[in-house]
Design a protein around this ligand. Structure first.
Ligand SMILES: Nc1ncnc2c1ncn2[C@@H]1O[C@H](COP(=O)(O)OP(=O)(O)OP(=O)(O)O)[C@@H](O)[C@H]1O
Ligand SMILES: [Mg+2]
Length: 501
């Protein structure tokens, strides 16, 4: 045994000697060159080429690594024996990923590639400004040499795009506001954001189904229209004007749009913006794939005397010295060159009074779609009944449905009013429907009565007007009558004179 240990020690000693001899005989430069040569020879005989995408590129996080990880998570099936699971900040979804040293095949444009996830221990760190993780992670992409030029660039672009899409879908929407005025945060950002969790969707939105389908189609075309907008030379943006009485679902529609497209919302408070240049800065700091909203546009900007006024008075927001946003500034915001500094953005203006808006805001090309959000119609009521009471159409009595249909348009109630009634009685579906019907009937009756009153008043007004006209006529005729009277007196005098003669 002793002999055995003795011979092992001598072998190790010889090896150590050889190694130190190698170090002396082959300096690092020579060793590096030998390795390079070996790689070259290896590359000559292999039909593949390899690309390493490391997690950390120098000291910065490599965006491509994160994108590949996310992209591959969509290729990995749940049937895999071991997967890594992650949930990002602000995200409500869990993504799957490859575990250490796992491989996966992917196909792009008919070409099959192999991805390998490689994790190795990082060597002990010397001093660094930024501590690096203990593990060195990276992906290696293996492509056949003949396919490299064919797909590499477009494949990586495709991965980045797909990963961005997935990130947006996984992450919760953000709602940005400029309520801080023009001041910037520590990162020089004028917008403040909160997670946007509005549950409104096109399914829950109560409105005419035909109009709804039209809007959904329009949004779909817009979101998929990159090449169309490029081909036609138009900026990739779209404007919607939502108008109608309060409580008809304008804000709910905006939330439904954001949820449908997976866009963030920028809620622009115009009264907090003091100059046109500030408006431009805000616009520049909005991201692509977003909806920029100006609610109650008629209340935010004085649009009345645009033509008469200088930028400092009539066409400015409010009357204060500090607010000098002009309508032309706003139009530049939506329509001018600056509006194109990002792409894929939707502008939405809302108003309760479309008649108060300047025609310049309404002209075609500016607001591409004008959507009237009206009082609750029968098809919209059906959606509300389903939302709040979970009623399938067959649950409701035919007679009740018919009564509802007859009275709904006459009542002119908003979806908000009806929602309130249904929420109140949501535990008792029958009572909810009966109370709703009663409320609708009462409202319709009131409308009818007030309509009659107005009609009567109008008739009275017409009657009074006719009377007045008659009087005026008489007044006009009275001078003539006066003339007749004078004539008759003259005649009488003449007759008297004749008699005396
Ligand atoms: N069309 C609708 N479909 C579903 N729910 C609606 C609809 N309209 C209104 N509601 C309900 O009424 C509430 C208020 O609606 P919303 O804020 O969207 O109205 P609005 O038209 O924006 O009103 P305003 O003009 O006062 O801003 C919503 O939270 C929603 O519950
Ligand atoms: Mg609103």
């Amino acid at each position: 045994m002793k002999e055995y240990w003795g011979s092992l020690a001598s072998i190790l000693g010889v090896l150590a000697f050889c190694q130190s001899l190698l170090h002396v005989l082959f300096p690092p430069e020579l060793r590096f060159a030998t390795l390079k040569l070996f790689n070259r020879v290896f590359n000559m005989f292999t039909s593949y080429c390899y690309f390493d995408i490391t997690e950390i590129d120098g000291v910065n996080t490599n965006e491509l690594y994160n994108a590949v990880q996310l992209y591959l998570s969509s290729c990995v099936t749940i049937s895999g024996s071991r997967l890594s699971l992650t949930r990002a900040l602000n995200s409500s979804a869990i993504t799957f990923g490859l575990t250490n040293n796992d491989t996966i095949f992917d196909t792009f444009n008919g070409v099959t590639v192999l991805w390998e996830h490689i994790v190795t221990q990082r060597q002990a760190q010397t001093f660094s400004w930024r501590p690096l993780p203990d593990e060195k992670r990276g992906f290696t992409l293996r492509i056949k040499k003949k396919d490299k030029s064919l797909i590499l660039d477009s494949y990586l672009d495709y991965i980045m795009e797909k990963a961005n899409d997935m990130r947006r879908k996984n992450e919760d929407r953000l709602l940005y506001t400029n309520s801080r005025g023009g001041s910037l945060d520590s990162r020089g950002h004028p917008w403040e954001s909160v997670p946007f969790k509005h549950p409104s969707t096109f399914e829950t939105l109560a409105m005419d189904p035909v109009k709804k389908a039209e809007i959904i189609e329009d949004l779909k075309d817009f979101a998929n229209g990159q090449s169309f907008y490029q081909k036609t030379g138009r900026a990739w943006k779209r404007g919607y004007l939502l108008y109608g009485p309060p409580g008809t679902g304008k804000s709910s529609m905006i939330a439904a749009m954001a949820n449908y497209l997976g866009y963030d919302i920028y809620d622009l408070e115009l009264t907090e913006v003091h100059h046109n240049s500030e408006l431009r800065k805000l616009l520049m700091k909005t991201s692509s794939k977003s909806i920029i909203v100006i609610e109650d546009i008629d209340c935010s900007i004085d649009l009345s005397n645009r033509k008469k006024g200088s930028p400092n008075n009539s066409s400015s927001i409010g009357r204060s010295y500090w607010n000098s946003i002009t309508l032309s500034g706003l139009l530049n915001f939506t329509d001018g060159l600056w509006s194109c500094c990002g792409s894929e953005r939707i502008f939405v203006f809302t108003t309760n009074h479309i008649d108060k808006l300047d025609p310049a805001l309404l002209r075609s090309g500016r607001m591409d779609m004008h959507v009237f959000m009206s009082y609750c119609s029968f098809p919209a009521l059906r959606i509300l009944l389903k939302n709040y009471l979970g009623n399938a159409e067959s649950d409701l009595d035919e007679g009740v449905l018919k009564e509802l249909e007859e009275v709904i348009d006459k009542a002119e109630m908003t979806p908000a009013d009806i929602s309130e009634l249904l929420i109140k009685n949501r535990r008792n579906k029958d009572r909810a429907v009966i109370e709703l019907l009663e409320a609708l009937k009462n409202k319709a009756e009131m409308k009818l009565k007030s309509g009659e009153c107005v009609r009567e008043k109008n008739l009275n007004d017409v009657g009074e007007e006719e009377e007045e006209e008659e009087q005026e006529k008489r007044a006009l005729e009275s001078p003539k009558e006066g003339c007749d009277y004078e004539d008759s007196i003259k005649k009488e005098e003449e007759d008297e004179e004749k008699k005396i003669k």
